[in-house]
Design a protein around this ligand. Structure first.
Ligand code: BES
Ligand code: ZN
Ligand code: ZN
Length: 470
C-alpha cells in the first residue's frame, strides 16, 4: 500500500479506494489492440511484453515495466468470443496480481461489472487459515455506486462463508445465529420455533427430518420493511449436514454435504442486499434449519408423515429430506398470500446431471416471470435456466397409502418431480419461483472463488429492485 492513497471511506469495501492518483491502470486488451496499449506505456514495454510471450490472448496477464522498473500498467487479454464471462474478466486480475493499488484503465465495456468481479474474486475462506498477506485494492470507477458494490460483494462473501464453514461450526443453531446477526444489523424482527415447539405449532415434517440430531431442528422467521409494500418471502433449505439419513449417502456423495444449507445462505445473502440497499419491499425470510442425521429416533423409509398443509406424505427415501422441510415452510409462507415466494435449495443431484454446476434450473408457473428471470440472470452474470413443471409427471408422485409420495418411483426427471412435489404446498401466493441450486463452484473462475456460492442471489436482488420495489 502506498501512502498517497486517500483514506478509504469507512462505508466502502476495504478493497475499494475513493481515489488514488498513482494507482496502476488495468487495461483489457485483445490480440488486435494490445500493442498500441503497450506502446502508450513506453517503448520498452512493448518489447518486454513480446519477449514474455504476451499476445493479448484470452486470460493472459502481463505487468508492464516503466523506465524506473516500477509496474506502469497491467494488460489482461480478453476475448469476448471465447469467453461468455468476459465482462467479469477483471476477476482474473484480483486473483493473480501482487499487492498494490489499481484502477480500471481502457477496454472495459462495463466498469461496474468489472469492479464487482474484482471484489468477488478477492474472496478467500480464511476462517481456519492465516489471512492472505497480499492486499490488492481498486479505485472506485467513475460513475459507479461504491455503496452498492460494497453491499453486493459483502453479501456474497458472507453467503460463501456460511456455506464454506463446515458442519461442526455451522449447525442449525449457527444458522439461526447468522440470521439473528443479520436481523440486528438492519433492525429486522426475528422469531425461531425450535425442537418440540415445531410439533405444537404444526411443523411436523421439519421436526421429523431434524429430530435425530443432537442439534435441535428449527424454523427461522425474519421480517423487515414496510407492511404496505409488496410482500416478498424468501425461503432457503437449511440442512446443516445431509448424511442421507437411514438411506445413508455413500462416502463420496456425503463429503460435500456441509453445503446443503446453500439455499439458506442464498436467502440470507439476498436479504442482506435487500436490507442493505433499502429496497421498498416487505421482506420475509423463512429458513427451516435441520441436520439430517442418523440415530434411533431418525425418520424411516416407508414412514407416513403429516404435513402442515394437511397432506399426508409417504417417505420413499430419507435422503430426499430437503423437500420435506421446505414443504412445511412453504405452507406457512403461503398462508399470508405474498406477492412472491422465492425458494432456494440444494435439492437434487439430478439438477446437476441436467445442467451442470454453473447453471441452476428454476421453476415457476408464470411464463412471463420465467422469461424475465432468465434474462436478468444473463444480464447480471448470475445465469439460471427455466425447466418445466411438467404436469404429466405429477402421477409419478402417487402413493398407495398416503396423499402423496415425496419422490418419484422411477427416478426419472428428479429435479422436475421435486419441484412438482413442492408445488403442491403453494396455493395463495401470487407468484412462486423455486431454484434447484448447486451452491458451489468446483474450480475458481472470474468472479467465482472455489467453494460455496449463493447462486441466484444477485439475480433475485436485481428482480426485486427492478420489478417489486415500490
Ligand atoms: N442434498 C441432496 C441433493 C444434492 C446432492 C445437491 C448433491 C447437490 C449435490 C438431497 O437432499 C438429496 O440427497 N437428494 C436426492 C433425492 C433422491 C433420494 C430422490 C438426490 O438428488 O439424489
Ligand atoms: Zn438428501
Ligand atoms: Zn439434502
Amino acid at each position: 500500500m502506498t501512502p498517497e492513497a486517500t483514506p478509504s471511506d469507512p462505508l466502502l469495501h476495504p478493497a475499494l479506494l475513493a481515489d488514488h492518483p498513482q494507482a496502476i491502470p488495468l487495461h483489457a486488451v485483445t490480440p488486435q489492440n494490445w500493442e498500441d496499449r503497450a506502446k502508450s506505456v513506453g517503448p520498452l514495454a512493448q518489447t518486454y511484453a513480446k519477449q514474455q510471450g504476451f499476445a493479448g490472448q484470452d486470460g493472459q496477464i502481463i505487468q508492464l515495466p516503466a523506465q524506473d522498473g516500477q509496474v506502469a500498467a497491467v494488460l489482461l487479454g480478453v476475448d469476448a468470443h471465447k469467453n461468455e464471462d468476459s465482462v467479469f474478466a477483471a476477476g482474473r486480475l484480483a486473483q493473480s496480481l501482487p499487492t498494490g493499488d489499481y484502477c480500471l484503465g481502457e477496454g472495459w465495456s462495463d466498469q461496474n461489472a468489472a469492479a464487482l468481479a474484482f471484489l468477488l474474486s478477492l474472496y478467500r475462506f480464511e476462517r481456519y487459515k492465516k489471512p492472505d498477506p497480499k492486499i490488492r485494492r481498486l479505485v472506485l470507477p467513475q460513475g459507479c455506486d461504491g455503496h452498492a458494490l460494497t453491499v453486493m460483494s459483502q453479501s456474497i462473501a458472507w453467503g460463501r462463508d456460511l456455506i464454506n464453514t463446515p458442519a461442526n461450526d455451522m449447525g442449525p443453531h449457527h444458522i439461526e445465529a447468522a440470521a439473528r446477526w443479520l436481523a440486528g444489523l438492519y433492525g429486522a424482527t426475528i422469531a425461531c420455533i425450535e425442537g418440540q415447539a415445531l410439533l405444537t405449532q404444526n411443523f411436523p415434517m421439519i421436526h421429523a427430518v431434524g429430530r435425530a440430531s443432537t442439534r435441535a431442528p428449527r424454523l427461522i422467521d425474519l421480517t423487515w420493511g414496510d407492511p404496505a409494500h409488496k410482500k416478498v418471502t424468501l425461503i432457503g433449505k437449511g440442512v446443516a449436514f445431509d448424511t442421507g439419513g437411514l438411506n445413508i449417502k455413500p462416502d463420496a456423495s456425503m463429503l460435500l454435504m456441509k453445503k446443503d444449507m446453500g439455499g439458506a445462505a442464498t436467502a440470507l445473502a439476498t436479504a442482506r442486499m435487500v436490507m442493505g440497499l433499502g429496497l421498498k419491499i416487505r421482506l420475509r425470510v423463512l429458513i427451516p434449519a435441520v441436520e439430517n442425521a442418523i440415530s434411533g429416533s431418525a425418520f424411516r423409509p416407508g414412514d407416513v408423515l403429516q404435513s402442515r398443509k394437511g397432506l399426508t406424505v409417504e417417505i420413499g427415501n430419507t435422503d430426499a429430506e430437503g423437500r420435506l422441510i421446505l414443504a412445511d415452510a412453504l405452507a406457512l409462507a403461503d398462508e399470508d398470500s405474498p406477492d412472491l415466494i422465492v425458494q432456494f435449495a440444494t435439492l437434487t443431484g439430478a439438477a446437476r446431471v441436467a445442467l451442470g454446476p454453473d447453471l441452476p434450473p428454476f421453476y415457476t408457473k408464470n411464463d412471463t416471470l420465467a422469461k424475465r428471470i432468465q434474462e436478468l440472470g444473463l444480464a447480471v452474470h448470475d445465469p439460471v435456466w427455466n425447466l418445466p413443471l411438467w404436469n404429466r409427471y405429477r402421477m409419478m408422485l402417487d402413493s398407495k397409502i398416503a396423499d402423496i409420495n415425496h419422490i418419484s418411483s422411477g427416478g426419472f426427471a428428479g429435479s422436475i418431480t421435486a419441484a412438482l412435489f413442492l408445488d403442491r404446498f403453494v396455493e395463495q401466493a401470487k407468484d412462486y419461483v423455486h431454484f434447484d441450486i448447486f451452491g458451489w463452484t468446483p474450480t475458481a473462475r472470474p468472479g467465482r472463488s472455489e467453494g460455496g456460492e449463493p447462486q441466484a442471489a444477485r439475480l433475485i436482488f436485481e428482480l426485486l429492485k427492478r420489478d417489486f420495489s415500490a
